[in-house]
Design a binder for this molecule. Sequence first.
Ligand code: SAH
Ligand code: F3S
Length: 472
Amino acid sequence: MSPAGALPLAGLPGDSAARPRRCFIETWGCQMNELDSQRMAGQLMEQGILPTRDPQEADIILLNSCSVREKAEGKVFSRLGEYRLYKRGRKGVATPLIGLCGCVAQQVGERALKKVPELDFVLGPARVGELRDVISRRRAGERVVATGFPAERSFEMDTISRQGEYKGMVTIIEGCDKKCTFCIVPTTRGPERSRTMEEILAEVRHLVDYGFLEIELLGQTVNHWRDPETGEDFADLLAACAKTPGVRRLRFVTSYPRDFTPRMVAQIGEYANISPYLHLPVQSGSDSVLQRMGRGYSAASYYDLVDQLRAARAGLALSTDLIVGFPGETEEDFAATLAMVERLRFSSVYAFKYSPRPGTAAPRLGEPVDRPIADRRLQTLLALQEGIQRQLNEELVGEEMEVLITGWGKQPGTQTGRTPCHRVVHFPTCETDRLGGMTRVRIEKALAHSLLAQPLTPAPAPLRSSPLAVLS
Ligand code: SAH
Ligand code: F3S
């Protein structure tokens, strides 16, 4: 890399200004990006650089981007355009560094530096652990492009900044080896790699000690995890995590339908602290679309898996991802998707209009679906789901349940949380309730996308020395 376009490098660690250094991190996309942002914030905080909510006062601005659909990717360069104005506008104050991180960074690489002269570095998702080193290379004058998939990757659990979080996320498997024909993730996140059970359990214990009651295991195909040394599989890992003292709620995302085994299904029925909620993307209800998507399962086998899961765990809530307007999708195909939604009664559906991604096979596999048709299908699907969701939510009215507190509500004096089955719930706050803590509520009213509840008199909360307590 040449030091072309070298920028003033004030605002970096080691400068002697009295003002505290600040970083601003904007995060798009999935939970993996959320965790990567926590990792980057942690590395910066270790150097005394504190987070800020205001990019205009930041010394380092990181854009952690997503490229799974065109729309998210389109936003990246307009955001960078805004950030470069902060750089130009700063007179007499340290000039901020700007880094492009995440999946667009991996995809666009060096071209981003050419396109945005004010950009200081590009950091791909598999290189997040190298942020400190990249910044010091920038200090030495290099506009760094750190992308690709090194053989060794770090998971610096001790320095992850988890402030303001209500759940402890743990990456168990990185990358993806599936080849779904619409998806760019295998290109941007690289080949699949599992961490060892030993490392994962150490991190789970660390998160419990930190004060988290909910643990979320992360991976693009989380149930494809296998210990690289012992060969233990996801069923073994689920059991080991569920048995870890202090884990009150265990969730995992995202499961791949074909990778479920009967043992995994059985574990979900076996441990009460495994959430009665599962995100199980199906993408389409039509066999011919599923085949062209390269998903490797049929609608019938998905129905069968759902039957097994629901038999193993009463009251299991399921959510899914669906794509409408996949190349060649006919009205008949779409009708099969609607029929699936009607029959399986998902607790929520993340529905997307197909978006062609560079380097993927899908555009060659069928005629493009006209945009107005795809729009109409999306609206039809969402309307159907909304009715189902409202009904499912109404079935919960009158029930008492334990809620994990996830944040403050928009109305003063209210908080939001998640039920065991992962519904969003709003309730008037109680004095003892803390972010990341649990409280009991009674569900009073159902809306299409959330529930309203009243808190029940809370049991005296055990005193903890957790940093989470400070946040409430
Ligand atoms: N296994 C991953 C999938 C990542 S992509 C996970 O963690 O969920 C998330 C979802 O985005 C996919 O399930 C799919 O429904 C949707 N998606 C991916 N590529 C897409 C595309 N090209 N167009 C529209 N939606 C897409
Ligand atoms: Fe994408 Fe399919 Fe992997 S949706 S992340 S290629 S499982």
